[in-house]
Design a protein around this ligand. Structure first.
Ligand SMILES: [Zn+2]
Length: 123
Protein backbone atom coordinates (compact mmCIF):
# COMPACT_ATOMS: atom_id res chain seq x y z
CA UNK A 1 0.00 0.00 0.00
CA UNK A 2 1.26 3.44 -0.95
CA UNK A 3 0.07 6.53 0.88
CA UNK A 4 0.24 10.22 -0.03
CA UNK A 5 -0.38 13.04 2.43
CA UNK A 6 -1.07 16.62 1.42
CA UNK A 7 -1.56 19.59 3.75
CA UNK A 8 -3.95 22.42 2.93
CA UNK A 9 -5.19 25.37 4.97
CA UNK A 10 -8.39 27.33 5.27
CA UNK A 11 -9.75 29.98 7.62
CA UNK A 12 -13.26 30.02 9.03
CA UNK A 13 -15.44 31.16 11.90
CA UNK A 14 -17.65 28.93 14.01
CA UNK A 15 -19.29 28.50 17.35
CA UNK A 16 -20.29 25.26 19.02
CA UNK A 17 -23.93 24.67 19.87
CA UNK A 18 -25.00 23.05 23.12
CA UNK A 19 -21.53 23.64 24.49
CA UNK A 20 -20.68 25.14 27.86
CA UNK A 21 -17.46 27.06 27.38
CA UNK A 22 -15.64 29.70 25.38
CA UNK A 23 -16.18 27.84 22.09
CA UNK A 24 -19.91 28.56 22.35
CA UNK A 25 -19.00 32.12 21.33
CA UNK A 26 -18.23 32.98 17.70
CA UNK A 27 -14.51 32.75 16.98
CA UNK A 28 -12.17 31.73 14.19
CA UNK A 29 -9.46 29.26 13.33
CA UNK A 30 -6.78 28.95 10.71
CA UNK A 31 -7.37 25.26 10.08
CA UNK A 32 -4.61 22.98 8.87
CA UNK A 33 -5.92 19.87 7.11
CA UNK A 34 -3.79 16.80 6.41
CA UNK A 35 -5.39 14.47 3.89
CA UNK A 36 -3.98 10.99 3.32
CA UNK A 37 -4.99 8.75 0.43
CA UNK A 38 -3.69 5.32 -0.46
CA UNK A 39 -3.68 2.64 -3.08
CA UNK A 40 -1.94 -0.63 -3.92
CA UNK A 41 -0.53 0.17 -7.36
CA UNK A 42 1.47 2.87 -9.11
CA UNK A 43 0.85 4.04 -12.66
CA UNK A 44 3.42 3.81 -15.46
CA UNK A 45 5.00 7.07 -14.20
CA UNK A 46 5.58 5.56 -10.75
CA UNK A 47 2.83 7.70 -9.20
CA UNK A 48 -0.14 6.66 -7.12
CA UNK A 49 -1.80 9.92 -8.18
CA UNK A 50 -0.29 13.28 -9.10
CA UNK A 51 0.00 15.68 -6.15
CA UNK A 52 -1.27 18.45 -8.41
CA UNK A 53 -4.47 16.53 -9.14
CA UNK A 54 -5.02 15.98 -5.41
CA UNK A 55 -4.59 19.68 -4.67
CA UNK A 56 -7.26 20.55 -7.26
CA UNK A 57 -9.72 18.12 -5.62
CA UNK A 58 -8.88 19.31 -2.10
CA UNK A 59 -9.05 23.01 -2.93
CA UNK A 60 -12.51 22.60 -4.42
CA UNK A 61 -13.79 20.98 -1.21
CA UNK A 62 -11.98 23.29 1.19
CA UNK A 63 -12.81 26.37 -0.90
CA UNK A 64 -16.46 25.93 0.10
CA UNK A 65 -15.44 26.25 3.77
CA UNK A 66 -12.79 28.96 3.45
CA UNK A 67 -13.68 32.38 4.90
CA UNK A 68 -17.15 31.20 5.82
CA UNK A 69 -19.11 31.02 9.04
CA UNK A 70 -19.18 27.23 9.22
CA UNK A 71 -22.46 27.23 11.14
CA UNK A 72 -24.17 28.52 7.99
CA UNK A 73 -22.62 26.01 5.57
CA UNK A 74 -24.27 22.58 5.12
CA UNK A 75 -24.00 20.16 6.84
CA UNK A 76 -22.80 22.38 9.70
CA UNK A 77 -26.03 24.33 9.71
CA UNK A 78 -27.41 21.16 11.32
CA UNK A 79 -24.45 19.39 12.93
CA UNK A 80 -21.88 21.04 15.17
CA UNK A 81 -18.83 22.37 13.29
CA UNK A 82 -16.35 20.53 15.50
CA UNK A 83 -12.98 19.43 14.19
CA UNK A 84 -14.22 15.83 14.35
CA UNK A 85 -17.24 16.59 12.16
CA UNK A 86 -15.11 18.68 9.79
CA UNK A 87 -12.67 15.79 9.38
CA UNK A 88 -15.47 13.35 8.56
CA UNK A 89 -17.17 15.76 6.14
CA UNK A 90 -13.93 16.49 4.29
CA UNK A 91 -13.15 12.76 4.18
CA UNK A 92 -16.53 11.82 2.72
CA UNK A 93 -16.67 14.59 0.11
CA UNK A 94 -13.13 14.01 -1.13
CA UNK A 95 -13.75 10.24 -1.27
CA UNK A 96 -16.36 10.87 -3.98
CA UNK A 97 -13.89 12.70 -6.21
CA UNK A 98 -10.84 10.44 -6.07
CA UNK A 99 -9.60 8.66 -9.19
CA UNK A 100 -10.10 4.92 -9.54
CA UNK A 101 -7.67 2.84 -7.51
CA UNK A 102 -7.15 5.57 -4.90
CA UNK A 103 -9.00 5.49 -1.58
CA UNK A 104 -9.20 7.70 1.48
CA UNK A 105 -7.06 6.75 4.44
CA UNK A 106 -7.44 9.62 6.93
CA UNK A 107 -8.21 13.29 7.36
CA UNK A 108 -6.66 15.26 10.21
CA UNK A 109 -8.03 18.68 11.09
CA UNK A 110 -5.86 20.90 13.28
CA UNK A 111 -7.68 23.86 14.76
CA UNK A 112 -4.41 24.89 16.40
CA UNK A 113 -0.85 23.60 16.29
CA UNK A 114 -1.58 21.56 19.41
CA UNK A 115 -5.10 20.22 18.80
CA UNK A 116 -6.07 17.82 16.04
CA UNK A 117 -9.02 15.53 15.24
CA UNK A 118 -8.62 12.54 12.92
CA UNK A 119 -11.29 10.71 10.94
CA UNK A 120 -10.59 7.38 9.25
CA UNK A 121 -12.57 4.24 8.62
CA UNK A 122 -10.19 2.07 10.63
CA UNK A 123 -11.19 0.11 13.72
ZN1 LIG B 1 -13.25 26.67 17.61
Amino acid sequence: MYELTVEREFSAAHNLRDYDGACARMHGHNYLVQITVGGPELNSQGLLVDFGDLKVIYDEVLGKLDHQCLNEVPPFDEINPTSENLARHIYEVIAEGLPEGVTMRAVKVFESSRACATYSEGD
